[in-house]
Design a protein around this ligand. Structure first.
Ligand code: SIN
Ligand code: CO
Length: 386
């Protein structure tokens, strides 16, 4: 597969653009792949997903300076009422629900899978869009059918935030460094906190491959869930309480105690464990097909005969520690043999591993790995559909 970065190497992209500067790549995807009859998703399919309860969607309409927002599920009758202009439908996490969109994930394998969040798809009529705004995370905007005009500023540009609707955060129109019309297959990379503003020219679709980064709050939550975390240590004030303490004053030794306890609560291995769990956790784990307990053995036998395919929605990451490989898959963790390292790396990069490569492993090592990864829906025998 040729790279979606065109003439730019992944190394150059990561060094010069990632998290730093927006970038437009013309023809990153072929127009046949992302638009027209064989597009990854049609406007009708998109509207269909917006009717479903479990899928997050938004319909935004603009009327002069006034904005309306409706969250899904959208009632089918709404589509009859809508005019021909100035509205957009955005449907979130469709990579979980519409497998052809996983091709977009595979095309981004030069970024670690655990940094990827989901694929959102928008359909907009002429003039439609979400207005000028900022996002916290990186995003690849891939133009599907039709055209859009994008105005893009630079990272951390001074902007004025305002809310034209209680649930819509926008910024005032800003000085754009880039003002372009994108065509089917073009890709626009937007770094975090970079003003951008897309307006549809006629009807158009846009695929957003959104990235995520773990927050310290998320890591702390995972730390708190580690079974070895001892949260029952109590403050002791033996020889510390005085008659004056009854006046209610708290003293600095109390914050010192809390600080010292917190430092002792977790080791660097615990931090790593929390990080691995946090970044591999899935938004909709139930959407992954997993074998029943009875099927697991057959799937593993088949995997050893045919090789395996990796489920693009799954997240697999590892930490090489002395003579162990700490393997994290979909928020779960297990210690594995280091000989699996090249296999895990290959699966992340190419989404496949042959029977010969699996059989070159020690039998027990291969079985432990496959039992873990197949049971979690991260790997399937090569002949299965993904
Ligand atoms: C859109 O698809 O219209 C919105 C994408 C974005 O600006 O993040
Ligand atoms: Co955005």
């Amino acid at each position: 597969m040729t790279s979606i970065l065109g003439d730019i190497s992944p190394e150059q992209f990561l060094k010069e653009y990632w998290q730093k500067r927006p970038l437009l790549i013309r023809g990153a995807f072929s127009s046949a792949q992302v638009s027209g009859e064989d597009a990854l998703i049609s406007a009708e399919e998109l509207a269909g997903y917006s009717l479903e309860d479990e899928i997050e969607s938004r319909l935004m309409e603009k009327n002069g300076d006034s904005w309306q927002l409706e969250h899904g599920p959208i009632d089918e009758s709404k589509y009859v009422e809508l005019g021909d202009e100035n509205w957009t439908l955005l449907v979130q996490s469709l990579d979980y629900f519409h497998p052809p969109l996983c091709d977009l994930i595979k095309a981004c394998s030069f970024i670690p899978r655990w940094r990827l969040d989901d694929v959102m798809v928008s359909f907009a009529t002429n003039g439609g869009g979400v207005g000028p705004h900022l996002d916290k995370y990186d995003v690849f905007l891939i133009q599907g059918d039709g055209q859009r005009r994008w105005r893009v500023g630079h990272k951390d540009q001074a902007t004025v935030i305002f809310c034209p609707h209680p649930q819509i955060a926008q910024i005032e129109p800003f000085d754009a460094d880039m003002d372009v019309i994108v065509n089917p297959g073009d890709l626009l990379y937007i770094p975090p906190n970079t003003p951008h503003w897309g307006e549809s020219i006629g009807d158009s679709t846009c695929y957003s491959v959104g990235f995520r980064a773990p927050s310290i709050g998320g890591i702390v939550q995972k730390l708190l869930q580690l079974p070895q975390t001892d949260l029952d240590r109590l403050w002791s004030d033996e020889d510390r309480l005085t008659r004056q303490s009854a006046n209610g004053e708290l003293t600095p030794d109390m914050s010192l105690w809390a600080e010292q306890q917190l430092k002792q609560l977790w080791t660097s291995d615990d931090y790593l464990m929390a990080f691995g769990k946090e970044v591999t956790e899935l938004k909709y784990p139930e959407m992954l097909e997993v074998p029943s307990d009875d099927e697991l053995k057959d799937w593993i036998d088949l995997a050893l005969q045919e090789g395996v395919k990796a489920e693009p929605l799954a997240r697999m990451t590892y930490f090489a520690k002395n003579d162990e490989l700490w393997l994290f898959i979909n928020g779960e963790w297990q210690v594995m043999h280091t000989s699996l390292k090249p296999i895990v790396e290959q699966l992340n990069l190419t989404f496949a591993c042959s029977a010969d490569e699996l059989n070159a492993l020690d039998d027990q090592v291969a079985h432990i790995f496959l039992s873990f990864a197949v049971a979690l829906g991260a790997l399937k025998p090569a002949s299965f559909d993904i």
